[in-house]
Ligand binder design. Sequence first.
Ligand SMILES: [Fe+2]
Length: 283
Amino acid sequence: MMVNAGGFVDQIKDVMKMKHANNKVRYVKKPIKKKYRPHKKTKDPKVLRKLFDSCKEVFKGPGTVPPDSDVHKLCSILDKMRPKHVGLSKNMQFFKSESVVKGTPRVAYTTIYQCDEFSICIFFLPANAVIPLHNHPGMTVFSKLLVGRMHIKSYDWAVHPNSQHPMAMPPSSQLRLARLKADGVLTAPCETWVLYPTTGGNIHEFRAITPCAVLDVLGPPYSKEDDRDCSYYKDLPLSYGMNEEENTKSDHLRWLEEIEVPEKSEMDRIEYLGPQLIETTSL
Ligand SMILES: [Fe+2]
């Protein structure tokens, strides 16, 4: 079976450019220009291929989490990945755009590959765009910021919902206690970060400071059928029902309230035109 077959040779001859118009972002093909060297047939597609082959080995499907050695293997590949390995360049117009888009800038995404065990995709965030606080149920996710600068905030659940711990008793049944895992700014190129089903900041939010591209590897992918749908949250301060001493000890704790799918979470899907993955399977 051929997946995403065809056009590979033609595509590496083209220079991929990103076009940003009407709040939408998409790859467009442009003829080769003097100063911009296209990806030589070279190692660039091989890096993506290596990532893909490793994902095939590492991800065993729903209900599994890769062991540390496999996590290290994927991180070592992703740490080396650069925009050119997926047909991008930080010199593309989209990433240079400093004009502020009116209203809420829309996020775009493209899927490089998806199967039952994992997916590889890229998210494009214009400056000031937000991917609101959302979870990754039962998933291990590797994220690599390829271009840009973004603020990331992430949480893990602080206590099991059935726990008898007093902190597991929220003032409202809509709330659940979460522990702040990360709250800071990342600038590309930076190391890969990894989240797990219950640790590493499984619930996170991205806020683009400059236009960004984030490469995500999700194992397994979201699936409504398999009960791995995406839920959204808003975080609330842990201010009421606690005395001062408790508050001091708990400055990294927040209530998270599940909310309806926010309007600003809608994304535009764009076609992936970077180096292709061609999979062959015997019948
Ligand atoms: Fe995410």
